[in-house]
Write a protein that binds this ligand. Structure first.
Ligand code: NAD
Length: 461
């Protein structure tokens, strides 16, 4: 994917190679005493590009974690940050572990030890390397990492900014948990604001009424499906999970499915829908928008020919293999690429990092002042109406909406919406503006690599 983009760019071969390679990968093996014996774990932290610092990227807990995967995901972070203009380089971490095999206190010991190993080499550091959650990790792990770093750096006033995705009561930010799914929603809204783009996918009209199939009802998939169905009128006609899939042409109740999964560990047995045991086959069902939001490589040469969705939204990282990408492109399927589609997470992580460094919550200084100024306008309108006898009345609900100053969550959503719109427009300009660019993925890579190249050139490289 990188090569396809640079072939269309005018970069010197030296600079191209510098951007392609991963700068460094640190492998650590450490022991933790659990259940009366020492267990050895293998972890990685890879730094792809330090053209901007800190570098940023999640820490994944999964048995399949390996050096190649961590490096590829670190590279993706570089391009993702560049595309959405988040001022970070790219990094990624991983620990080979199946978190479900351990008790909470054991996971805490393992996480703290891993964090110690990384922090003592500045691979966790507010100014140099700032991890975040990824598959298998969440707010809980981030809070342990932040605390471990703070214990090792007692005089660092910015210690909390060493990691993002923390719980709100431990230095996190409102709206981080929903951020990636919210970003998927904002990205689709922006796509549907451009009828020419919608037509390229063979679709028409607005998001309202579109049939959506989602794979993975985890953090990203759940929020995306919830917001699209509750706020944009989409019909969630399929949900694919690890133990099978649910199908309903009239639309699934996302909250009910989520609650069922939480109680029963999977979708099997859920009433009000058709259960499909071979879950992945539902990826091939007819729908308007397919949102893979679980694993990488799920759309591959084995099923690409049978995928019928005209629009694919890559909410997961790397769900479409490069071979499948070629097949789908040839068929005219429009793919909104991962480096844009799931960038909501890192965008709100950036807001969290800024909040931690400024030591103040967003909106605290201006919210009430904004409300007071709006009150002045409303009072004046009401006075004019009464004094002149015109008898204007404000629409019901207007006053409450207009008078209320934005809180942190509203500001975060507004910043995320702006980011997703601006980034889409930068990709779109290349997509429509160049005859040699046929798809959004290459457009996204051209924008991102161009920005990284400019940054290296400015440094004299
Ligand atoms: P998660 O662990 O919360 O959810 C993953 C979901 O996929 C779970 O519900 C799981 O049961 C399901 N799943 C597992 N195997 C499956 C299978 N074979 N078929 C169908 N479903 C399966 O993870 P997440 O945080 O939602 O991340 C999902 C993807 O999004 C990953 O690729 C991740 O890298 C990417 N991503 C996440 C974020 C974020 O902020 N969480 C940000 C950017 C990208």
């Amino acid at each position: 994917m990188f090569n396809r983009a640079v072939a269309l760019m005018d970069l010197s071969p030296g600079l191209e190679e510098k951007i392609r390679v991963c700068n460094s990968t640190y492998t650590v093996r450490f022991g933790v005493r659990l259940r009366g014996q020492i267990h050895t774990f293998t972890g990685y932290r890879s730094v792809h590009s330090e053209h901007m610092e800190p570098v940023k990227g999640g820490i994944r807990y999964a048995l399949a974690v390996n050096q190649d995967e961590v490096e590829a995901l670190a590279a993706l972070m570089t391009y993702k940050c560049a595309l959405v203009e988040v001022p970070f380089g790219g990094s990624k971490g991983g620990l080979c572990i199946d978190p479900r095999q351990y008790e909470e206190h054991e996971l805490e010991l393992i996480t703290r030890r891993f964090a110690y190993e990384l922090a003592k080499r500045d691979l966790i550091n507010p100014a140099q390397n700032v991890p975040a959650p990824d598959m298998g990790t969440g707010e809980r792990e981030m809070a342990w990492i932040a605390d471990q770093y703070a214990r090792m750096n007692t005089a660092d006033i910015n210690a909390r900014a060493c990691v993002t995705g923390k719980p709100p009561h431990a230095g996190g930010i409102q709206g981080r948990v929903e951020a990636t799914g919210r970003g998927v929603q904002y990205a689709l809204r922006e796509f549907f604001r451009h009828p020419e783009d919608v037509a390229k996918a063979g679709l028409s009209g607005k998001l309202d009424g579109k049939r959506v199939i989602v794979q993975g009802l985890g953090n990203v998939g759940y929020h995306a499906a919830k917001f699209l169905s509750e706020e944009d009128g989409c019909r969630i006609t399929g949900i694919v999970e690890h133990d099978g899939a649910l199908h309903s042409e009239t639309g699934l109740d996302v909250e009910a499915v989520r609650a069922w999964i939480q109680r029963h560990g999977g979708v099997s047995g859920f009433a009000d829908a058709t259960y499909v045991a071979e879950g992945a086959s539902l990826l091939e069902a007819e729908c308007d928008i397919l949102i893979p939001a679980a694993l990488e490589g799920v759309i591959n040469l084995g099923n690409a020919e049978r995928i019928r969705a005209p629009l694919i939204m890559e909410a997961a990282n790397g769900p479409v293999t490069s071979g499948a990408d070629e097949v789908l492109r040839a068929r005219g399927t429009v793919i909104i690429p991962d480096l844009y589609a799931n960038a909501g997470g890192v965008t709100v992580s950036y807001f969290e990092w800024v909040k931690n460094l400024s030591h103040i919550r967003f909106g605290r200084m201006q919210r009430r002042q904004e409300e007071a100024r709006h009150q002045l306008v409303v009072d004046e309108l009401e006075r004019l109406s009464a004094d002149t006898g015109i008898g204007w009345t404000l629409s019901p609900g207007f006053k409450e909406k207009y008078l209320r100053g934005a809180d942190e969550l509203e500001l975060v959503r507004s910043g995320l919406d702006d980011t997703m719109r601006t980034a889409y427009q930068s990709m779109r300009e290349v997509w429509h503006g160049r005859d040699d660019v046929q798809d959004l993925r290459v457009a996204a890579y051209i924008v991102a690599i161009g920005r990284v190249a400019k940054s290296y050139k400015a440094k004299g490289l």
